[in-house]
Design a protein around this ligand. Structure first.
Ligand SMILES: C[S@@+](CC[C@H](N)C(=O)[O-])C[C@H]1O[C@@H](n2cnc3c(N)ncnc32)[C@H](O)[C@@H]1O
Length: 221
């Protein structure tokens, strides 16, 4: 994904923040990619065929780029709100508008740190739209645990998405709101990992694992 409105000030901020991330345990992709890989592999073994995957809200497609070399992957479509073109052997980018127009079906959808940007009260609407494309959706998102925890999440979201033009939410999911979202999206949870450790070092101290969860849902037919 291209950072919007790039100028020297932004570039300096981005370079400094990337350096801080590197030395303070801020690699967010390693464990996320591993857990998604494990869940996808289980689906592959169940279905006994290579999987067609949708990475919804893919950003710069870093997770999909790591997954596309796996032999259980047939193809991955990355989709997001911006216009962009990308194609590799197994990976293609389409924007959301085209995605929903084309109505292509997928074995599994995954969405990492996307739903809270959509807005927690509208999350079920996106899940309902996605349920037309696949009956299995893997979601990585955040749980807030009170006022301080919410402000921490907002701060980290601002820091992580600076320059991308991504909306920083006012509220995040909690257990109760998440359960209601699942009911409204006509789905049931078949897997949940609470307290998912995303970072190491200082990053893990600032935003500890209780703020991250991974869920796999199945849409009722
Ligand atoms: C924190 S980034 C995560 C990117 C990627 N999933 C990852 O984990 O590296 C959030 C992404 O959600 C996307 N996004 C925000 N609202 C969206 C929507 N309504 N539909 C699809 N993607 C959306 C943003 O454009 C952004 O790329």
């Amino acid at each position: 994904m291209i950072r919007f409105k790039e100028n020297n000030y932004n570039k300096l901020f981005v370079n400094v923040s990337d350096f801080i991330r590197l030395i303070c345990g801020g690699d967010r992709l390693k464990r996320i990619t591993n857990i998604i890989n494990d869940l996808l592999k289980k689906e592959y073994l169940k279905k006994n065929k290579q999987l067609k995957i949708l990475d919804y809200g893919c950003g710069s497609m870093e997770i999909s780029k790591k997954l596309e070399t796996k032999n259980y992957i047939k193809s991955i479509v990355g989709s997001d709100i911006f216009k962009h073109s990308f194609k590799s052997k197994k990976l293609t980018y389409v924007n959301n508008e085209r995605l929903f127009k084309e109505n292509e079906k997928f074995d599994v959808i995954f969405m990492v740190d996307v739903l809270h940007h959509v807005g927690i009260s509208d999350a079920y609407k996106v899940l309902n739209k996605l349920s037309k494309l696949s009956k299995i959706i893997i979601i990585k998102d955040h749980f807030e645990h009170g006022f301080v925890s919410r402000q921490l999440l907002r701060f980290v979201d601002f820091y992580a998405n600076y320059g991308y033009g991504v909306n920083v939410p006012k509220k995040y999911f909690n257990e109760n709101i998440w359960k209601k979202t699942l009911i409204k999206s006509n789905s049931r949870e078949v897997y949940r990992k609470n307290s998912f450790q995303q970072h190491d070092g200082l990053f893990n101290l600032i935003l500890n694992k209780k703020h991250h969860f991974v869920s796999m849902i199945k849409i009722y037919e």
